[in-house]
Design a protein around this ligand. Structure first.
Ligand code: NAD
Length: 478
């Protein structure tokens, strides 16, 4: 549904759609397992029947986006999420039996997992299908209706989502609203039962404020600077390809990409050399390489170039990983990866999320100092740790705070549906994936069932010695 047409009133049109979904939820407050399975089956068909269209739309939006990266990081991840949800849905939906304390015997206690109602999802451009459909999948599995507002920066993909969602779902089950920040702003002011946002920390703040006005619970999946901590005993030849893969997938435009590397001082040059060799073996060139994504638009391209230039001006040494030596192709928005050695906190690149193929290398003298550096910055979405013995790894895991961690590799914690995915502090609020996603969009309703025979009458007025004796007894036995 497109609301950017002149003459249409976005807030009114979106509100109309919202009310239709709210009415549908009121008419069916607890969709059956069969209904939910059917919705997930249709979601799977929507992506599987049109996989080539998604690959083409995303490639057209980016300029270059390798089909393999779209198939792996968008379509495969969605297929895995749907399969996992369908396999476990009946268990997730089941009432939970919880213990009842002795003083409430012979009563019984349950937790009913109830849909919230109408869920709003706002998604970004960097993985424009996966980050739109994974939250929608969790919300549909939990029995909700979904309104999705995808990014305006990937317009062909958003238009395709709009068309296909309308083809596979009724408007009251799942609907798409397209448009830019103005539409997003109107969208975020709707009285949803839950608002799920993936995007920048700056816009996340606005979403939280808009939702607070209506007392709407939010999940905020935000970004930040995810460190890669390289221990002194790490084998750089083994580290480099794994770190490079995480950094250069989608040309670094990945929320959980390693943002900067912490490397033992004295070993920075050896590390940079290993990274250069690794990049060369994966990407013989960058400029015309179909395996290497473009930067999504001119503004982001210029932003990245400005970050590099600012760091170099302030004393950082750039190490280009481009074997052609060209480094930059402004027209194709191809930015060859650059490492920056000798960075410090006065450089914008050490305070802003990079979200591109630039890797600052920060030297550290001791593990404690590296941990202190991580903890002094806003809490990251991910943390990567390479090398170290079991004790060191445990120490890093327990002494740092991050949304998620992968040890000896990058990104992969995201792809396990049994692990919750989400940030903490500036990198986000709440989580999803697997059962955690189902619960994000579920109200766990407390239910206590009092049998006909119950002893609680002994605690009723008129309060006298009986009350005191019973309370003393309850204290003793509970
Ligand atoms: P963005 O915040 O600019 O936009 C995200 C969405 O919000 C878009 O749909 C946009 O139209 C909408 N929007 C913009 N202004 C709005 C407003 N005032 N009110 C309501 N909606 C508004 O983010 P982006 O540039 O699309 O994405 C990049 C950011 O997303 C990075 O910071 C990245 O780290 C983060 N990200 C996080 C995750 C995660 O899972 N945690 C995943 C991908 C990206």
């Amino acid at each position: 549904m497109r609301y950017a047409r002149p003459g249409t009133d976005p807030p009114r049109a979106i509100r109309h759609l919202f009310e239709a979904q709210r009415d549908a939820c009121a008419a069916e407050r607890y969709p059956s397992l069969k209904v939910r399975h059917d919705r997930l089956r249709r979601l799977a068909a929507l992506t599987e029947d049109h996989d080539q269209e998604f690959v083409a739309a995303i490639a057209a939006d980016f300029g270059t986006r390798p089909a393999q990266e779209t198939r792996l990081a968008e379509l495969f991840v969605i297929a895995v999420g749907i399969r996992h949800a369908r396999r476990h849905l009946s268990r997730w939906m089941a009432e939970e039996r919880v213990p009842t304390p002795i003083y409430l015997w012979p009563g019984r206690s349950r937790v009913l997992r109830q849909p919230l109602g109408v869920v709003g999802v706002i998604s970004p451009w960097n993985y424009p299908v996966q980050l739109a459909l994974l939250p929608a999948l969790a919300a549909l599995a939990a029995g909700n209706s979904v309104m999705l507002k995808p990014s305006e920066l990937t317009p062909r993909t958003s238009a395709l989502l709009d068309r296909l969602v309308a083809q596979y779902f009724s408007e009251s089950e799942f609907a798409v609203v397209t448009g830019g920040p103005d539409v997003g702003d109107a969208f975020s002011h709707l009285p949803f039962d839950h608002l799920f946002f993936t995007g920048s920390t700056a816009v996340g703040r606005k979403i939280a404020l808009a939702a607070a006005a209506n007392l709407i619970p939010v999940t905020l999946e935000l970004g930040g600077k995810s460190p890669a901590l390289i221990h002194a005993d790490a084998d750089f030849r083994a580290v480099a390809p794994r770190l490079m893969t995480g950094k250069l997938l989608n040309a670094g435009q990945t929320c959980i990409a390693p943002d900067y590397a912490l490397v033992p001082s004295g070993r920075v040059d050896a590390f940079a050399a290993a990274m250069r060799d690794s990049a060369a073996s994966m990407y013989p060139s960058f400029r015309d390489n179909p395996d290497y994504s473009s930067i999504v638009n001119d503004a982001h391209y210029r932003r990245l170039v400005a970050l590099i230039d600012d760091a170099v001006q302030k004393g950082a040494r750039p190490v280009s990983l481009d074997p052609d030596g060209a480094g930059r192709d402004e027209q194709g928005r191809k930015l060859a990866p650059t490492m920056l050695v000798g960075v410090n906190d006065s450089m914008a690149i050490m305070s802003e999320e990079i979200f591109g193929p630039v890797l600052p290398i920060e030297a550290y003298n001791s593990l404690d100092q590296a941990i202190d550096k991580i903890n002094a910055r806003p809490r990251p979405l991910s943390l990567y740790m390479f090398g170290g013995d079991a004790q060191v790894r445990r120490s890093v895991r327990y002494r740092t705070t991050a949304g998620g961690v992968t040890i000896d590799d990058t990104l992969w914690h995201f792809s396990n549906e049994n692990l919750p995915f989400g940030g903490i502090g500036a990198s986000g609020i709440g989580a999803y994936h697997g059962e955690r996603g189902f619960l994000t969009f579920t109200h766990r309703k407390a239910v206590f069932i009092q049998p006909r025979m119950s002893l609680t009458w002994m605690l009723r007025p008129p309060y006298a010695r009986r009350f005191e004796r019973v309370l003393a007894l309850l204290k003793k036995i509970s």
